[in-house]
Design a protein around this ligand. Structure first.
Ligand code: ATP
Ligand code: ATP
Ligand code: MG
Ligand code: MG
Lengths: 225, 225
């Protein structure tokens, strides 16, 4: 379960201070499938990086399964990330000198999981890239790189998946296959938060949170699928 | 005017040869606004890189304003790119150590255009980023980086604009502003080719070419807007 309590986050650049997240509060239950929408620059990725324990907050609190992340040290946060959270980065963040397979296998090596190569191949097969395993990122199309990033995020069977614009570079058919994948993973009990600017992707989620200029809007509740 | 004649392009990786563009032929008239669509991995960016004189072809021909690019040397191609073509890269290709303003100003410095700073500021203002001019790419959101890439492509008033997925990271409202911008530039007589996987962006164009597995499909002609 995720509890975000009055989180504020600012970036300081020289004299300028940008207040990007303003008193953001919301709760996510285990097994939710939630869309986070909002204009470009509204603070979605900044919030996702905090949820993924990749960035700090200025004030407020963030509880993951009841424990505040402020009470955990860097090693504990790294441990939580590698075991429980799968993160799809908006800019993919693939390692350029490694093949698609090696990129997807990396989280399994960190968490010392067995059969890492076989699991990485299965994840690439699920996103439709079993014929591109040996390609390095610069030998792949934009949407193929994005799908490698998705495969890497799901390979470790995480309890929480945070996907930042996972279909931005995909055509509708391939994009729907990824949404179907998220539905399947969600039915297995995984909690999923998807940042998207495509309304038909947001409509596929159970809940939708909308961000405007760092302020979370009143939630428009949807019926469960 | 662009004439693509039976272009073939393959990538060789070790023992494997990937035939990515297969006998691609089409013509674009001056002042056309054309959408290029197709599934992820179908060859759109590969074709765009050839049109932008950034990549070579294996056989066939590509005539730009009546002259084959095969007959031009590297200096001439660089000259054509800097003066006549604006390219929006799918992965933005911004220089990380330079501010948004410096990134947009760069093409003007190459072509020794006057008032480069003022023109760069105007281009950033057109894409809605006049309050982010001093930010470096890693201090910008995904969609903001994409808009800096668009500003850089238009700053030199190019006759031909090649935009590879220019709205992939933008919310609908910001995306429509970019499409409106392309409409305005097209009405001024510029030729524009947009790769997109968003059907409503493709519908805003005069023509639509669809790529499937490296083969250009029969064109579905639309009435002029
Ligand atoms: N440098 C390379 N070496 C080997 N294969 C490559 C290389 N670059 C691209 N490819 C392959 O060529 C095919 C076409 O790639 P391209 O980037 O043109 O696709 P695309 O239509 O732009 O896809 P997307 O919509 O995902 O961006 C892909 O299957 C890709 O794996
Ligand atoms: N490191 C940084 N330093 C300064 N400002 C930053 C930094 N990172 C982001 N910003 C600013 O914070 C704001 C929010 O950025 P964020 O990436 O969260 O937006 P977003 O909602 O994900 O946008 P998009 O949909 O375009 O990806 C933006 O206006 C951006 O310019
Ligand atoms: Mg973002
Ligand atoms: Mg592409």
């Amino acid at each position: 379960v995720i509890e975000v309590l009055k989180v504020n986050k600012s970036y300081t650049m020289g004299q300028e201070k940008l207040h990007v997240l303003k008193n953001v509060s919301f709760t996510v239950q285990k097994g939710d499938l939630l869309a986070l929408t909002g204009p470009s620059g509204s603070g979605k990725s900044t919030l996702m990086n905090i949820l993924g324990c990749l960035d700090s907050i200025d004030n407020g609190d963030y509880l993951l399964d009841g424990t505040s992340v402020l009470k955990r040290n860097a090693n504990q946060l790294a441990d939580i990330r590698s075991k429980n959270i799968g993160f799809v980065f908006q800019n993919f963040s693939l390692l350029s000198r490694m093949s698609a397979l090696e990129n997807v296998e990396l989280p399994l090596l960190y968490s010392e999981t067995k059969n890492s190569k076989k699991k990485a191949m299965e994840a690439l097969d699920i996103v439709g890239l079993s014929d591109r395993m040996k390609h390095e990122p610069n030998q792949l199309s934009g949407g193929q790189r994005q799908r490698v990033a998705i495969a890497r995020a799901i390979v470790n069977d995480p309890a929480l998946i945070l996907a930042d614009e996972p279909t931005g570079n995909l055509d509708s058919k391939t994009g729907l296959e990824i949404i179907d994948l998220f539905h399947r993973l969600n039915k297995e009990g995984r909690t999923i938060i998807v940042v998207t600017h495509e309304q038909d992707v947001a409509n596929e989620c159970h809940r939708q949170l909308h961000m405007l200029d760092g302020v979370l809007q009143k939630e428009f509740f949807k019926k469960r699928k």
